[in-house]
Design a protein around this ligand. Structure first.
Ligand SMILES: C[S@@+](CC[C@H](N)C(=O)[O-])C[C@H]1O[C@@H](n2cnc3c(N)ncnc32)[C@H](O)[C@@H]1O
Length: 329
């Protein structure tokens, strides 16, 4: 099977998932159409497409979605095939979210995303049989964990084209998985679209210039009684307080509001969510986020002061994160 025919088959499979009479998500179909994908001009999509087209397609003898997502086993491929695949996968560097193992090739990613997943997996409403929206899905690591937790369908939204391309690469080897990733922002989703039982927004809200609008749009995607899983950076401070960095936060130039825990709870309350609760608070350590061979650029260690790891290089408090749950009435 050539990678191109595989990709055509994958699109057809995704069309079927979205147009299913239960899912009733046909409003999203334009975002997986060939004409939409052909129209993407940003993020060097044309180059990623070429890389995807030359990616060799192999049939995995086994798929194991656990803390490490394993697709295929080492002895599924000859040594030569494995070398070629490894070289092709390295073209998708930087791999930030994972870990993955493809046919024995260990992709040691910047983030140990299994650590975040373990903080929430037993606290959220069980995903069995649910339709899930994963906003800011990156390369789909969490979307695949959601499928493995029993979701009927996961729709991921990821506007950053290199991460979207990584998902397309992974999908080559697991075309029948009930996960669809769209290369768009949440803002492009037709409103309202209250078709999802669980909506995840993890690591996204502090990148928004208008966090309240983000929460309201997340709510518009939830069906009545559905659950929001919101993960964010937080800072210490009273209710009403948010840190608005002057320019960068931990070397990131696109951070707008980092709320205190009580502020984010209040935002959710103001947006009409009910049953708001905090299920996790953690400090990000270098065991969870670090440079690796598959993400060889700067990471958390260079974002913190060498003399005081409790402060970022800009003098802000170092990253603390929280996970909150909230329901739509
Ligand atoms: C910090 S990463 C978090 C990835 C993953 N959810 C996690 O928790 O590790 C934030 C991601 O959200 C995406 N993003 C930012 N704004 C978005 C928006 N308005 N709609 C959808 N995705 C967005 C970014 O491209 C980025 O990949």
């Amino acid at each position: 099977m050539t990678s191109l025919s595989n990709s055509a088959a994958a699109i057809e499979f995704q069309e079927n998932l979205l147009s299913d009479s239960q899912a009733r998500l046909s409003k999203l179909l334009p975002f997986i159409s060939h004409s939409f994908l052909d129209s993407i001009k940003k993020g060097d999509w044309a180059r990623w497409r070429q890389r995807l087209e030359k990616l060799t397609c192999h049939q995995p003898s086994r798929i194991k979605i656990g803390d490490r997502i394993e697709i295929g086993q080492s002895n599924d491929l000859s040594k030569a095939e494995k070398n070629i695949l490894e070289e092709q996968l390295r073209e998708f560097i930087p791999w930030r979210k994972g870990p993955f193992n493809l046919f024995g090739i260990e992709i040691d990613t910047e983030w140990r995303c299994d650590m975040k997943w373990s903080r929430l997996e037993h606290m959220i409403a069980p995903l069995e049989g649910r339709r899930v929206l994963d906003v800011g899905s990156g390369n789909g690591y969490f979307s695949l964990r959601m499928v493995s937790a029993g979701a009927d369908l996961v729709v991921g939204l990821e506007p950053h084209i290199p991460y979207y391309a990584q998902f397309c690469a992974l999908q080559r080897f697991i075309p029948g998985i009930p996960a669809v990733l769209l290369p768009i922002t949440l803002e492009l989703i037709p409103r309202p679209l209250p078709r999802f039982d669980t909506v995840f927004s993890m690591g996204v809200i502090y990148h928004q210039r208008s966090p309240i609008d983000h929460l309201l749009q997340l709510k518009d995607c939830l069906c009545s009684g559905g659950q929001l899983v919101l993960e964010t950076l937080v800072v210490d401070g009273p209710i009403g307080y948010s840190l608005v960095p002057r320019d960068c936060y931990a070397r990131m130039s696109n951070v707008w509001f980092i709320p205190s825990l009580s502020s984010i709870a209040q935002w959710l309350d103001r947006c009409g969510f009910i049953n708001v609760k905090v299920i996790s608070e953690s400090t990000t350590e270098m065991t969870e986020q670090r440079s690796t061979a598959w993400m060889p650029y700067k990471s958390l260690d260079s974002a913190l002061l060498a003399t005081n790891p409790n402060q970022t290089v800009e003098g802000h408090p170092s990253p603390k994160r929280a996970i909150l749950l909230a329901d739509k009435a």
